[in-house]
Design a protein. Sequence first.
Length: 362
Amino acid sequence: MHPAPTTPAHAPADWPLHDPNRRGFASDNYSGAHPEVLAALAAANEGHVTSYGGDPYTARLQSEMERLFGSGVQAYPVFNGTGANVLSLQALLPRWGAVVCARTAHINVDENGAPERVGGMKLLSVTADDGKLTPELIDREAWGWGDEHRAQPLAVSITQTTELGTRYSVDEIRTITEHAHTLGMAVHMDGARLANAAAGLGLPVRAFTRDAGIDILSFGGTKNGMLFGECVVALNPEAAPGLEFLRKMNMQLASKMRFVSAQFLALLEDDLWLRSAAHSNAMAARLRAAVEGLDGVELTQETESNGVFAILPEGVADRLRERFAFYDWDAARREVRWMCSFDTSEADVDSFAAALREELAR
């Protein structure tokens, strides 16, 4: 006889250890998990199922990805975004390969050298003022094929939406992929905020990924209401061989994979991912509208997803951070970043904007 499941013990008396009423605009990673995602995790928790992806939740996730992107794609749930990006790029490249990316790309500035140190590839970064690559920018580093002294530029990585909150159109992505493929280069999309792009474009996600020529995709979940987990989706599996082996080598193979897959199913099966992203986009638009035109506030990027970028007068950001968490983007020019999440409320935005106006008036 197996022991009957027991009811989990209550949390310690002094929990929660944080102030649940404190709100901020530092990162969409600051938010908790969506209640529907937590409910899916609880439902997936009963009993025993096969480990390492041999479970019905991961099988259903494969079907969901085919519904979104078409037949023949391959889905590989992983733990986190850095792992998804490294794994994706490794699958596209030989050991001597290099990746052209924007200088602001997450793989270039926020992953502690993991693509190069763990992935074994060279990053060739170019300056893109709005975070978006173009064929002309790619060509600044896409050269030297056959030169044994130079890492071979064999892949391009773009981010949708970008680290600067801007968004590629379908035509912009297709122009990049056609150019890259003509040069013999594969194309990876870092989709940590893919949902925000889909909600903002109002298009099926396939339209600006697989149909636009993207070869492999890092499909984000953590920034959009998941507790943890991302998914590598090989849109063109022939361009990305060996993913099942690389995932294990990169320590991204979850033994209890059902808990990653179940979260994605909660997001995808009822379009929760789009509704949540549309809300965070709307809150960013509300925030922009509230601060645009304020004396001393200079907005630096278009607000096309869930982030607002601005330059503030000396000292304002530090005083404002005493009430709301947010990050400097470029401290030298006093540029800050404000991010909205699936659980950002209108009251959160309005309170923040009011506090900013108070600090500007001091």
